[in-house]
Design a protein around this ligand. Structure first.
Ligand code: AHM
Ligand code: MG
Length: 335
């Protein structure tokens, strides 16, 4: 099999012209994320051998147990970005509040903020199933030279400059977009280098995979129940295949390659669903749209939602365009 010999580093340099107002800052953010991803990947691969699985004993802002690897991944990504002095602020799913980053000279001259879910799919850590990192980059709104403010983070997804995910799976991958298509890179662990393995990724317009936690079925809104029944009906190209890993990055990645839809609806126990708009849904929506797919909250486009708070949740339907339109149709008809 022919191996790609273009590295992520070379790809970033080659495509720097795509970054608006390019001054190399965004490239340096990618370099940091690439480094942190390698460090976390190394640790994930050793989970089970070293004392890193299990609970760290704390709860995060969402009241969920923080796993040790969650804490490690969070610190690694934050420290890597802070050490290189390339962002003015960071918001993480694991931190209550956003972090203001100043240069060592106390300046606030950087223009980008990064929002992230450092270890997505954490319930999979202890059982050796894929986990991921999801990130999103915005240009600040507040004036350069001043500390970041909450409004720098509460931007709609359409303002994203870049977004991506890392999968720590059978191999480690980075998939990202800067608004010029989606490209995927696979880590060669022997030499610690990411190579372009999935150029110009595209969501098939149609698909035959649906990914949802069906255990919550009884609590779903009627339109979503109707859609799931539609997926299971023996008609035309159906029933569809059901595949749910419980790691958004991995479920999304498979669906983007094979064609499918990921659903996390509201349920009676979670009035706004579970996933976070800023750390999970917006970055995935940006990638999906750049790959020709769609992302919706069931009624509206995810990337047009105006966030009101950092840890805001939203129902999420993301994947092949025709499948997302179909579930919207069922939701609309049930109202
Ligand atoms: P996490 O960031 O706390 O890991 O939660 C997000 C994850 C998604 O990756 C995944 O699709 C979903 O939560 C799984 O939730 P559930 O166990 O309710 O199906
Ligand atoms: Mg998550």
């Amino acid at each position: 099999m022919e191996e790609s010999n273009k590295t992520l580093g070379e790809f970033i340099i080659e495509n720097q012209k795509d970054f608006q107002y390019s001054s190399g800052e965004l490239s340096r953010i990618f370099n940091s994320i690439r480094l942190a991803a390698k460090v976390v990947s190394y640790k994930v691969n050793k989970a089970g051998l070293v004392d890193i699985i299990g609970s760290a004993g704390d709860k995060n802002i969402q009241g969920e147990d923080q796993q040790k690897l969650d804490v490690y991944a969070n610190e690694t990504f934050i420290q890597t970005l802070i050490n290189r002095e390339i962002v003015c602020g960071i918001a993480s799913e694991e931190n209550d509040d956003f972090i203001t980053v100043e240069g060592s000279d106390k300046s606030n001259n950087n223009k980008y903020v990064v929002l992230m879910d450092p270890l997505d799919g954490s319930s999979n850590i202890d059982v050796n199933v894929s986990v991921g990192t999801i990130f999103s980059v915005y240009r600040r709104i507040s004036p350069i030279g001043t500390p970041v403010t909450l409004e720098d983070f509460l931007q709609p997804g359409i303002n994203q400059v870049a977004a991506g995910y890392v999968i720590y799976g059978t191999s480690t991958m980075i998939v990202y977009t800067t608004g010029h298509g989606v490209n995927g890179f696979t880590l060669n662990p022997a030499i610690g280098t990411f190579y372009l393995s999935h150029p110009n990724m595209k969501f098939p317009v149609d698909g035959s995979i649906y990914s949802v936690n069906e255990g919550n079925y009884v609590h779903f809104p009627q339109g979503v129940k109707d859609y799931i029944k539609y997926c299971q009906l023996e008609e035309e190209d159906r029933p569809y295949t059901s595949r749910y890993i419980g790691s958004l990055a991995s479920d999304m990645h498979r669906n983007m390659i094979k064609g499918g839809i990921y659903l996390y609806p509201t349920s009676s126990g979670a009035a706004k669903g579970k996933l976070r708009l800023l750390y999970e849904c917006n970055p995935m929506a940006f990638i999906a749209e750049q790959a020709g797919g769609k992302a919706s909250d069931g009624v509206s486009r995810i990337m047009e939602i105006l966030p009101a708070e950092l840890h805001e949740r939203t129902p999420f339907f993301c994947g092949s365009a025709n499948m997302v339109e179909k579930v919207e149709e069922f939701i609309n008809n049930a109202q």
